[in-house]
Design a protein around this ligand. Structure first.
Ligand code: SAH
Length: 331
């Protein structure tokens, strides 16, 4: 819901200031129409139904994976494609993965999103509308900014959306912002007050290999990013999660694990190894292959032996191209 449009329309209708809050409260509860907003005058409900769409996004397609994961492709008012995902876990957790941008201006070699055209930053309302879409399906309790785009390049809108996520049932502590290592964004996240989790897509333990895989490393080198992460931990007392995508023969060797353990402090960082997901069929494959389960296990064990907390990420939604790095709308 375009919250600015809502406020303008309410003001124009001469409504009292508290109305916007009432409408938002209903929206955040997952209502499907103004008809359900029973504490609003009937006339106002009709007026809003005509002038303020419940969602600023239109749903283009929706798919459901065998594991219960759902992916939605939306279009913004100016026809920008964005995708978001709802993940269902056996322990009852319901986690949504949302996009901060349509496309992505960065060009990480292994990521499908980087191959599509960059559109633009999303507004806070457009970010919230992805979450509300799934909230209308069921209760949700976790949110990760791991969809399309780089959230730290659109941090103001991301943080404005985060401020309202608790109304949907998602606390700040259960919200994670993932970054390629955009240092000014990490610093801004450290400086604000919400206890949001920081995740850093590290992917290579030395500067040269990292620059090859992630050109952004030339602008913000690994050493600088790690220092910004340590400062985040010092000030916020929350562990920083490290994402590390396992690419066969590229970054998955024993020496890489040793190097990685050497640059990370187990008290500051927790590593999450991500099995590589193949690029969706509509994209030219970039030539990467995922590490074997055996290689991933060996890498995990090497880190664990050195006292580094480490887990392997459960892959969700791969059969509908909804897994990490697979979000890339065709148009
Ligand atoms: N731009 C932010 C937010 C996106 S998060 C960031 O990069 O952190 C998406 C995560 O999936 C990132 O860690 C990204 O590097 C990873 N990823 C990209 N392509 C992938 C692929 N094909 N398989 C598995 N993970 C991938």
């Amino acid at each position: 819901m375009d919250l600015e449009l809502l406020e303008r329309e309410l003001a124009e209708a001469g409504e009292p200031g508290y109305r916007a809050g009432q409408v938002w409260e209903w929206a955040a509860k997952g209502v499907r129409g103004y008809g359900e907003m029973t504490n609003l005058p009937a006339e106002l409900r009709e007026r809003l139904a005509e002038r303020v769409p419940l969602s600023a996004l239109s749903v283009a397609t929706e798919s459901k994976a065998d594991d219960g994961t759902r992916k939605a492709l939306f279009h913004t008012y100016d026809e920008r494609p964005i995708e978001a995902v709802l993940m269902r876990f056996r322990d009852g957790r319901r986690s949504i993965c949302v996009s901060a941008q349509s496309g992505c201006p960065l060009t990480c070699a292994f990521c499908a999103t980087g191959q599509m055209k960059f559109g633009r930053n999303l507004t806070a309302s457009e970010i919230l509308d992805q979450a509300l879409h799934f909230r209308r399906i069921e209760a949700v309790d976790h949110c990760v900014f791991m969809g399309m785009g780089e959230p730290m390049m659109n941090l103001d809108a991301v943080l404005r959306a985060c401020e309202l996520l608790p109304d949907l049932g998602i606390t700040h502590r259960r919200t994670t912002i993932s970054t390629v290592g955009w240092v000014p964004g990490i610093e801004a996240l450290t400086a604000q007050q919400m206890p949001i989790r920081l995740a850093f897509s590290l992917h290579a333990p030395d500067e040269a290999l990292r620059s090859e895989l992630m050109p952004v490393n030339d602008r913000y080198p690994l050493a600088e990013v790690l220092e910004a992460c340590r400062e985040h931990h010092r000030r916020r007392r929350r562990k920083v999660f490290i994402e590390y995508v396992m690419l066969a023969g590229v970054n998955d060797r024993h020496e890489h694990a040793i190097q990685l353990a050497a640059i990370l402090d187990p008290k500051v960082f927790k590593v999450n190894l991500i099995p590589y997901n193949p690029a969706p069929t509509n994209l030219v494959p970039a030539g990467f292959e995922g590490s074997t389960p055996k290689a991933i296990e060996a890498f995990r064990a090497a880190l664990a032996e050195r006292g580094q907390p480490v887990t392997v990420r459960l892959t969700r939604g791969r059969d509908i191209d909804a897994a990490c790095g697979q979000l890339a709308a065709a148009n």
